[in-house]
Design a protein around this ligand. Structure first.
Ligand SMILES: [Ca+2]
Ligand SMILES: [Ca+2]
Ligand SMILES: [Zn+2]
Length: 325
């Protein structure tokens, strides 16, 4: 072999090794799981990619809690927990002990369907989908020995109102809808389905906001996010699971990015930004652990998310005891 050819082969080999290494690193970060050049369609809207949809904020319109408020909330939670003689800390052993508590906390669900006429295309989801949705909640929160159980107490109420049907977060229509329909106390979960537009999937209120505005308390979700709905890939009912997580006091797993406190849950690895699609092995923060993309409090597709952690269960229980019982 001529010396020149050998150099060319060596250079080509090194180049290939470099390319393979780089693509491996990109895969490890989850880059390439979703094609960011494919338009993403949801509920009559089109974004240039699923990434663009995620960045638009429509995936979840629950109000963002900044660092200052999150610290205040944490102080109040710890103070209340210490007052009860419970551990106020969040350590890896701070896992809710279902066996010790005896039974899961029952939560009554009041389900309010807002439609603009009859039939699914007008948002009038059938009872079968609502029952399936409640079962998704039960499985998610109870399935792995967790803390809450959900049941529809008084069935479902249905309201035909074109204004409430498109009510968005913080709107006058939302306030009117909730003032007219909300039932129960701080312990009761009110779920509203409508079609807020903009590709919005849902939003929730936090437990520490109940006392200031009891009427506003609850969860609003896009009607087609219910199990069997048309909002693929968000149509297995996990929008409700995610929003109820907020209602019980959880933040997104990417809250605070790679900062130390993050989502104030010690067993969810820190995550720099929302995951979308199902980017297995994604690792965006140098702290131990790959990103919790399978967690209900991330932004992954419904068929990708399937868990809450013990730390999240402990936080929800602590929030429940502090604000909802
Ligand atoms: Ca965490
Ligand atoms: Ca990490
Ligand atoms: Zn959210």
């Amino acid at each position: 072999m001529r010396k020149g050819t050998a150099w060319v082969l060596l250079a080509t080999g090194l180049g290939l090794a470099f390319i393979i290494t780089i693509s491996g690193a990109l895969r490890a970060q989850g880059v390439g799981d979703e094609d960011d050049n494919i338009p993403f369609h949801l509920n009559g809207h089109v974004w240039r990619s699923k990434k663009a949809f995620i960045e638009s904020g429509a995936r979840c319109a629950t109000r963002h809690v900044d660092e200052v408020e999150a610290e205040e909330v944490e102080k109040a939670r710890r103070k209340a927990a210490n007052g009860r003689g419970a551990s106020g800390g969040q350590t890896s052993s701070d896992v809710y002990d279902l066996a010790a508590s005896g039974s899961p906390t029952p939560i009554n669900v009041y389900f309010h369907v807002i439609n603009k006429g009859s039939g699914i295309s007008n948002g009038d989801v059938p009872d079968s989908q609502i029952n399936a949705q409640v079962n998704v909640l039960i499985d998610a929160y109870l399935g792995s020995g967790f803390t809450f159980n959900f049941s529809l107490v008084t069935g479902v109420d249905r309201t035909t109102n074109a204004t409430w049907y498109t009510a968005g977060p913080g709107s006058q229509a939302e306030a009117q809808m909730k003032a007219a329909l909300r039932k129960g106390s701080e312990m009761d979960l009110n779920i509203y389905t409508n079609n807020p537009g903009g590709g919005l999937l849902g939003w929730a209120t936090f437990p520490w906001n109940y006392s200031n505005n009891p009427t506003n308390d609850g969860v609003v979700i896009l009607y087609s996010s219910l199990p069997g709905g048309s909002a693929a890939p968000y149509n297995l009912g996990d929008t409700a699971t995610h929003e109820v997580g907020h209602w019980l006091g959880l933040y997104h797993t990417f809250q605070g990015g790679c900062s130390k406190s993050g989502d104030y849950v010690s067993d969810t690895p820190a995550e720099r930004s929302p995951a979308y699609g199902c980017p297995t092995g994604r690792n965006t923060c140098k702290q131990t652990g790959i990103d919790p993309i399978q967690n209900f409090m991330d932004y992954s597709d419904d068929d990708c998310m399937y868990e809450f952690t013990g730390g999240q269960a402990a936080r929800m229980q602590s929030m429940w005891t502090t604000y909802r019982q």
